[in-house]
Design a protein around this ligand. Structure first.
Ligand code: UN1
Length: 521
């Protein structure tokens, strides 16, 4: 593993490309300074990767998988230390950080045994003395950009199968989680991953390392691109890749609906709504966007939900009882504050008493933590009622502790509202009626749906991905991701000692298609 251009230490690094990783719960805690990788460093990373590919693809898949198993073991041993780094660097509560690492461990455990499968097929030929078979072949250099909200799980979804399948990887690590990313890369190196098979680039997105890495696609050195982040950037990456005939794995935004029907278990649905909407401070791509309530239960449901919300603890993400901690960084907080200002209109009804940044002047009653909230980027939860389908807030991903409330008269209306945002990542319905469930499963446009469960919290071995503005149909995780990191090769092998022409010389048995069966008895 070659960690390019990272500089640790608390003093400001002098390079013009320097950036600091700091704790979003305590902005006096500056963790490390990194320098963004330059275009020249990116080019040399691609050259190194190409060279490394020649030998990596020759390593038997079960041996590559042993490295993945070692990586899983190391993640188990380092789970708590790595989770502490995650919480300190991007602010998700410690329990969730442990879940983030656990998702990577699960991924390693799944793919460790896949190294002994990676099955192809044998297929019968239409000609005698001829065999047909298929093989999964690796692609080459895989370049990937991920986000800070899942700084361990999401890169593991990409790199574990990519490496297992024989590809080499270049990762533009998230700007808001460089220390976590460095830790991830060091563990992979300790697991036996050879130098240059996995390289990390640090830096920002726009006008920085991320953009320069995407620019490299047109020079032909990159064979596959992966991106988890905004729809806007995903569209750009998809466009560049499309122009150069490279397939991109795109996991983009969401405006995920959660429907509560009149026959739902309301207490259960309230718990799920709270977690879907406010867990991780709403900063998951699977977070709840539109809560769609059947008119018959709306009032009762909102009473219960608002009561629950008024009691949640917000604050120090190391505190075991907080529902959520700070926003990932100041930039994410600014984004949330500007959404509040821009998207909430006069005809909306804001159901929560306080909004915006939590501070001494604008306190949250159940604040926990030794330090005051103003030392970090903490925000109040906000629920917006009376949202209509033509409101911008209905179809805009907000990525913060903010979600909409809408009303439906029946299941058809709920499905229309759920499908109408243009996104299609995750979704959920609460109902006890099997017919509702059947119709919902058949009609929902999202790539993932939960029945009586949160919109978030997908398990690590089911296909993860979205439709519409949520992605280009690519799926990660489980056996499905193998199609992202391999291409099928079709082999036909003729043993007949002569040229046999398929379709033209294919043996046929004579048939009488005019045959009629007569019953003479
Ligand atoms: C993301 O937010 O990019 O399903 C990934 C979930 C998590 C992964 C989210 N397992 O909420």
């Amino acid at each position: 593993m070659q960690a390019l251009s990272w500089v640790s230490g608390k003093r400001e690094h002098k390079s013009a490309n320097a950036f600091v990783s700091s704790n979003p719960a305590n902005n006096r805690d500056q963790i490390a300074t990194f320098a963004a990788a330059t275009p020249a460093q990116i080019k040399s990373a691609i050259q190194n990767a190409k060279k490394a590919y020649a030998s990596w693809k020759q390593v038997p898949a079960p041996t590559r998988a042993n490295m993945i198993a070692n990586f899983g073991q190391l993640l188990i041993r380092h789970k708590n230390d790595l989770s502490r780094v995650i919480t300190r660097e991007m602010g998700k509560p410690f329990r969730e950080a442990q879940g983030d690492v656990q998702e990577a461990i699960d991924t390693c455990q799944f793919f460790a045994s896949e190294g002994r499968r990676l099955y192809g097929m044998t297929v019968p030929s239409e000609m005698p003395q001829k065999e047909l078979s298929t093989y999964r072949r690796s692609l080459g250099v895989f370049a990937c950009i991920t986000a800070a909200n899942f700084p361990v799980a999401v890169p593991s979804w990409y790199f574990v199968p990519a490496l297992l399948c024989g590809n080499v990887c270049i990762w533009k690590a998230p700007e808001d989680a460089p220390v976590t990313s460095l830790y991830f890369a060091k563990l992979l190196a300790a697991a036996g991953c050879p130098s240059d098979v996995f390289q990390v680039l640090f830096g920002g997105g726009e006008n920085s390392t991320g953009q320069w890495l995407v620019d490299e696609v047109k020079n032909g050195g990159i064979d596959k691109f992966g991106f988890t982040g905004s729809t806007e950037v995903g569209c750009h990456i998809g466009e560049v890749c499309g122009r150069h005939l490279i397939s991109a794995c795109l996991e983009l935004g969401g405006k995920n609906p959660l429907v509560v029907m009149e026959d739902a278990d309301l207490d259960w649905a309230v718990e799920a709504t709270l977690w879907s909407g406010l867990g991780t401070a709403g900063q998951r791509c699977t977070s709840l966007g539109n809560l769609i309530l059947h008119k018959k239960i709306k009032k009762n449901f909102l009473d219960k939900l608002l009561k629950k919300i008024s009691l949640i603890k917000i604050g120090d993400p190391m505190h075991p009882e907080v529902l959520y901690g700070p926003m990932i960084s100041e930039k994410f907080m600014e984004g949330h504050l500007s959404n509040l200002e821009r998207l909430i209109k006069k005809h909306h009804r804001v159901l929560t008493k306080t909004q915006g940044r939590i501070s001494k002047m604008n306190p949250w009653p159940h604040w926990v933590g030794r330090r005051g909230p103003q030392q970090g980027y903490f925000c109040h939860p906000t629920l917006v009622d009376e949202v209509q389908p033509d409101d911008e807030i209905y179809s805009t991903e907000t990525f913060g502790p903010l979600f909409n409330v809408m009303t439906c008269q029946n299941l058809d209306e709920a499905i229309d509202l759920a499908n109408g945002t243009g996104y299609g990542l995750s979704s959920a319905i609460f109902t006890q009626n099997p017919l509702n469930i059947y119709r919902w499963k058949e009609s929902i446009g999202a790539g993932m749906t939960s029945i009586n469960n949160s919109t978030t919290g997908a398990e690590a071995h089911l296909p993860f991905g979205g439709n519409g503005r949520s992605g280009n149909g690519s799926r990660q995780s489980g056996v499905w991701v193998l199609d992202q990191f391999t291409r099928w090769q079709a082999v036909n092998w003729d043993f007949s000692q002569k040229l046999q022409l398929a379709q033209m010389e294919t043996p046929q048995l004579t048939a009488n298609l005019n045959y009629q069966f007569k019953m003479n008895f």
